[in-house]
Design a protein around this ligand. Sequence first.
Ligand code: NAD
Ligand code: DAU
Length: 379
Amino acid sequence: MRLVVTGGAGFIGANFVRTVAREHPTAHITVLDSMTYAANRASLEDLLGPAPGGEEPRDDDDNATIDPAGGAPRATVELVEADCADASVTDQLVAELTGPDDAVVHFAAESHNDNSLATPWPFVHSNIVGTYTILEACRRHDVRLHHVSTDEVYGDLALDDPGKFTPATAYNPSSPYSATKAGADMLVRAWVRSFGVRATLSNCSNNYGPYQHVEKFIPRQITNILDGRRPRLYGSGANVRDWIHVDDHNAAVLKILSHGDLGRTYLIGADGERSNLEVMQTICELMGVAGTGGSAGSGGAGGGSGDPGFDHVTDRPGHDLRYAIDATATRAELGWEPRHTDLREGLQQTIDWYTAHRDWWEPVKEQVEARYATTEKVL
Ligand code: NAD
Ligand code: DAU
């Protein structure tokens, strides 16, 4: 199996590559990533380069590489640093996918809502022009594509709405990020219908887990506490997100690749609805911040009496209220089930990972917080 994984040096893509490399040791994975600020080569470093002992990839066994120490085959992973909107590179890589199980898995995108409010253009470029370019390459070479998208294309739900997003929910995106993802989804659907491109789509809820950039909610709070900074909650924290562990998302993507119906959209979610306030309180509790010593406003992470241990800060403009995914059809049709259903346990594992991998996030932390400081005010 040969895969081109766009955005494979980002959060979900890198976890996907790591899963495939582990579960499919004969796979050949080409990561196509433009290495934006959101990418981190260190997320893949141990999988890249020549096999232990310097052996070349074997060409008689679907590109598997032999580890001389253990004799076990190891997936071949290469990183091509390029823009997926660059047709010459994309076309060349996609043309190499000639086997029956070969595919493009398209994760590449600008992914952060706050950035899209400040600077929308990269979102239009990567998410729309990038997806168009991938589609044209897949059309030209008749290659299977899976397009990874978000529940944000559906807009938001009221906090007291008993409903959830389903594949029949109308698109109603709110932010420049979600509008560009909606546009990309529409391109994929049009290329399926008009040109017969062999594509599937998935729309997933909020992911958490290892290798997530510290600009995002959960890793930002964890690393703030580890760094002696106060965690930051937008507005009152009443907004609800539907959390899923990244490994559960990627397991569903693999099921769709192997068993999904072409042209179909699959919703992925794990019934993990929580308010941001609840998630914040859980992180603070697990990290020993809430209700422990220190004084409010001291600049440290500790909270004094009556101090929750975090700051309420300026709310995000146009902040979506609630996301919630109904994944019934995906579960029933593909036999996929999320395995990490205890969010508290998943948060503890994520805290442990960031605690053990300071070298992965520390180099970018200061810059991320400096950027937030230009827009955030403590309420
Ligand atoms: P991320 O920002 O961590 O990673 C995105 C990766 O794409 C980065 O490595 C970046 O360098 C790369 N990239 C960006 N523009 C590119 C371009 N033009 N060419 C090549 N590479 C480019 O994002 P993520 O959270 O891992 O999200 C991955 C995908 O999953 C996105 O499509 C996103 O919309 C979708 N998604 C994310 C979530 C979530 O909760 N994070 C939920 C549902 C869907
Ligand atoms: O729903 C799927 C989407 O989830 C993906 O498509 C996006 O790529 C991904 O970034 C995520 O979008 P959100 O905007 O929901 O994620 P973020 O981590 O930025 O914020 C989660 C919630 O936490 C949101 O309601 C805003 C809030 N928040 C965020 C940050 C960074 C805070 O309260 N404080 C913060 O410091």
